[in-house]
Write a protein that binds this ligand. Structure first.
Ligand code: ASP
Length: 316
């Protein structure tokens, strides 16, 4: 069997020309780095679980994306992070919500899955568990960047409850050479969100789902809608119960169901055969994809997926 890996760095209402060539190149380069690192795990016969953890950790560490360092601020001026992870072999899953001191929320979600008797921990209890598991702990200020502080200021000036122009959550889904699937998602949530608000990203079935019988999905978008539509599980369920292809199942949920509800965003997914889809109803989604035997591509706006070229001005 051959491997497949897809990643995202959030969907959004981008406009063409919104990013300078240097910014576009920085995004493409960061996506490409995460894609290549995850692919290296799969190419060395590593597991889908290890590949997605590797890719997501790199995206968390990048200040460009809304997860880990560079996460958005809530209305109280703090970072509150959510993450989840799922193993398609046995439907094992782990999730954390509202953590403030754990450097890598995806590492903590995985620890919850592998070492605790629970699926989901939240808030202080989740951070304390991270400490007990000897994960790396940081001050909340580690997550802060000037750019996100500006976004919060602008959102508060507009009086916006949440800023929806650009999401920026990160996630990955993979199939390994053993045919196992895994998916994970990590986020700071929405800019100016209410203290204590939890989005779809840490909710198994909404932001993340994986089942070897169907597919592995990671979502990004306006979480309230993704929770109500149980997006990730619905895509897998349509495959399993109606025999829909991955592409059709994703289209039905993202382009029909969510559009009808006015829920902006997108998903990345791989199925048990190694097919993949990158489906979004916004005009852009930071994304990358690779299948064994092909060179991976990264993209931002619709239809601009390209092999990353370090030497060119835009990275395309
Ligand atoms: N889905 C995330 C949330 O609502 C936001 C995002 O995808 O960027 O928390």
């Amino acid at each position: 069997m051959s491997y497949s890996l897809v990643i995202h760095g959030g969907a959004g209402g981008f406009e063409s020309g919104q990013f300078s060539p240097a910014e576009e190149k920085a995004y493409r380069s960061a996506l490409n780095t995460a894609l290549k690192a995850g692919e290296a795990v799969l190419a060395n016969d590593g597991s889908a679980m290890d590949a997605i953890t590797t890719a997501i950790t790199l995206l968390e560490d990048s200040p460009l994306f809304n997860a880990g360092h560079g996460a958005v601020f809530n209305a109280a001026g703090e970072a509150e992070l959510d993450a989840s992870i799922m193993d398609g072999r046995d439907l094992n899953a782990g999730a954390v919500a509202g953590v403030k001191r754990t450097k890598s929320p995806i590492a903590l979600a995985r620890r919850v899955m592998e070492k605790s008797q629970h699926v989901m921990l939240h808030g202080r209890g989740a951070d304390i568990y991270a400490e007990q598991q000897q994960l790396e702990m940081v001050e909340n200020s580690y997550f802060h960047t000037e750019h996100r502080r500006e976004q919060l200021k602008r959102a508060q000036e507009r009086g916006a409850a949440v800023s929806l122009s650009k999401f920026g959550t990160v996630g990955a889904a993979a199939r390994d050479r053993d045919g196992n699937l895994a998916a994970g998602t990590s986020t700071g949530g929405l800019t100016n969100k209410r203290y204590g608000r939890v989005g779809d990203s840490p909710i198994i079935g909404a932001g993340t789902y994986a089942n070897n019988k169907s597919c592995a999905v990671s979502a990004t978008g306006h979480g309230e809608f993704f929770i109500r539509a149980t997006v990730a599980r619905d895509i897998c369920a349509r495959m399993e119960f109606t025999g829909a292809s991955l592409g059709d199942a994703a289209r039905q949920v993202v382009m029909e169901q969510l559009v009808e509800m006015k829920g902006d965003g997108g998903i990345i997914a791989v199925d048990y055969r190694g097919n993949y889809t990158l489906t979004f109803n916004t005009n852009g989604m930071f994304r990358g994809s690779v299948q064994e035997g092909n060179v991976g591509t990264v993209g931002i706006l619709r239809g601009d997926d390209a092999i990353f070229d370090e030497a060119s001005e835009t990275g395309r």
